[in-house]
Design a binder for this molecule. Structure first.
Ligand code: PEP
Length: 257
């Protein structure tokens, strides 16, 4: 399975960044052993799809509504993201859980809506610092997983899970390698228990202060199927350098079948 490197631009980005990122992807992507997904603000999805052209990167949204259409001012339906060229959507990011009070049940409904529209959901889970210090990190993440993933999550379009400890996001701090590996192992076991063999196809990404300097270490860890990158995805050179660190053991040579 190729590792997947996903950029989350959050509420950042301009058309100038779209052009710069497309240029960087076009010049470096052929040498990568991983897949790329870029998630700009919704207004930049169509321009980014156009700027990328045939370059090997997919584009995703950062959120979608659980409903298909209607009188919901300011919200965006999954099918709308799909129509302008998105293939993925981030759901349950901790900033949405905090800023918008999103519950696991709502996230689960959004995942179902995304899947119905043909989007691959990227579901974020992760503990806050208090839970980590209280030794409850795994319990929190297991609870989020159980309640945020619908029963058909492993069926096509197979979803992705991103483990993002809240205290590591944008802070420059990361868990130890042992802690990342332990959490990813626990998530893998939970997915296997719930979805059986099909659960093995669900990639588990790590997110939280992944930078060019630590990407190789993180991406070499057991059960790390890629990275969800925030701040560093706003610097095209840094984002592609992170992608270049994708673990060769999990990747495959460009062009290989
Ligand atoms: C994120 O918000 O998904 C994230 C991982 O951010 P950063 O890389 O900036 O910590």
């Amino acid at each position: 399975m190729r590792q997947i490197i996903i950029g989350n631009w959050k509420m950042n980005g301009t058309k100038a960044l779209v052009e710069a990122m497309a240029r960087e992807v076009s010049s470096r992507a052929a040498s990568l052993a991983c897949d790329l997904v870029l998630c700009p603000p919704a207004t930049l999805i169509a321009p980014l799809v156009a700027a990328l052209g045939d370059a090997p990167a997919k584009v995703g949204g950062q959120n979608c509504d659980a409903r298909a259409s209607g009188a919901h001012t300011g919200d965006i339906a999954a099918a709308m993201l799909r129509e302008v060229g998105a293939s993925h959507v981030i759901l349950g990011h901790s900033e949405r859980r905090t800023d918008h009070g999103e519950s696991d049940a709502l996230i689960c409904a959004k995942v179902a809506a995304a899947r119905a529209a043909g989007l691959t959901p990227i579901v974020c889970v992760g503990e806050d610092e208090a839970a980590r210090q209280a030794g409850r990190a795994e319990a929190v993440v297991m609870g989020q997983l159980a309640a945020s993933l619908p029963a058909d999550f492993a069926a096509a379009p197979t979803g992705l899970v991103a483990y993002e400890p809240i205290w590591a996001i944008g802070s420059g701090r990361t868990p130890t390698a042992d802690d990342i590996a332990a959490m990813h192992g626990a998530i893998r076991a939970a997915l296997g228990k719930r979805f059986g063999a099909a659960g093995g196809a669900i990639a588990i990404l790590y997110g939280g202060s992944v930078k060019p300097g630590n990407a190789a270490t993180v991406l070499a860890l057991a059960e790390v199927g890629g990275a969800l990158v925030g701040g560093a995805s706003l610097v095209p050179g840094d984002f592609l350098t992170i992608a270049a660190a994708a673990a060769p053991a999990l990747g495959r040579a460009p062009g290989a079948s």
